[in-house]
Design a protein around this ligand. Structure first.
Ligand code: ADP
Ligand code: ADP
Length: 229
């Protein structure tokens, strides 16, 4: 898997207001880095820059040593799989929802992704299995089930880099723990950047970066940061 690096990234949505003030960090190949910080710190902005919804005013963002400004949008989309906070499900079958973006996927691939996302036992209990309609006109899924479908969809695309953008923030705490366990498992062998509001949700990260007002305040492992308060 590739390394992701921010190198002195300066960015503001408006020229008069800088949001990221020369931000540098690295997610080493195959490792899990988490970014935590209060609301407004700039966490989601990092994700938007990674997908080039915006470009930095200065500095560079590198994937496997390559400046993403020189990478085709399509390869960027293939390289990074995002699990967002509120995953959008279509009013369609589970099969459609999981295979979305990889319409040519085989049955075996779909089932494997569902299994990895720990939604397969749930699907197997449904009379119509993968053909079950979900959403407004079909089966209502819980928040956790929706996230698992979204995780399966992301895994099926096979991206080497994973971006968890507050992926469990909308869940109740019991469900959050379940989904966290799954995210921890599926992120093995991926370069993973997890963006989170609270320290408790990313306890297993290799490195935790604390972002405040577009600056890195500190970094360390979970236990170190708790000790420092
Ligand atoms: P976080 O994800 O840490 O809550 P964001 O990255 O969403 O923070 O936002 C960082 C700052 O950028 C905030 O002050 C926010 O108000 C501002 N911001 C976010 N999106 C936009 C936008 N589209 N236009 C202008 N300012 C924005
Ligand atoms: P695609 O059909 O290739 O998924 P999209 O335009 O929906 O195209 O998204 C491009 C990439 O950006 C995808 O990997 C998608 O998961 C991701 N993405 C979509 N919405 C957001 C968002 N709000 N924030 C960050 N990334 C997003």
């Amino acid at each position: 898997p590739p390394t992701v690096a921010f190198d002195n990234v300066v960015f503001g949505y408006d020229p008069e207001r800088t949001i990221l003030h020369g931000l540098s960090f690295e997610v080493p190949a195959g490792s899990r880095v988490a970014i935590v910080g209060p609301s407004g710190a700039g966490k989601s902005t990092i994700g938007r820059l990674l997908f080039r919804f915006y470009d930095p005013q200065a500095g560079r963002i590198l994937i496997a040593g390559q400046d993403i400004a020189k990478v085709q949008q399509q390869s960027l989309r293939e390289a990074i799989g995002i699990v967002p906070q509120d995953s959008v499900l279509f009013n369609d079958t589970l099969r459609y929802n999981i295979a979305y973006g990889r319409e040519g996927a085989s049955e075996g691939e779909i089932l494997r992704a569902a299994d990895d996302a720990a939604i397969l036992p749930f699907i197997e209990k449904l009379p119509d299995g993968l053909e079950t309609e979900v959403g407004e006109r079909g089966l209502k899924l819980s928040g956790g089930e929706k996230q698992r479908v979204a995780i399966a969809r992301t895994l099926l695309k096979g991206p080497p880099i994973l971006l968890f953008d507050e992926a469990t923030s909308a869940l109740d705490s019991g469900t959050e723990q379940d989904i966290l366990g799954t995210l921890q498992r599926v992120s093995r062998n991926h370069t993973t950047l997890a963006i989170a509001h609270r320290l408790s949700t990313i306890s297993d990260a290799d490195t935790i970066l604390v972002l405040d007002d577009g600056h890195l305040e500190e970094q360390g492992r979970h236990a170190d940061l708790l000790r420092r308060g």
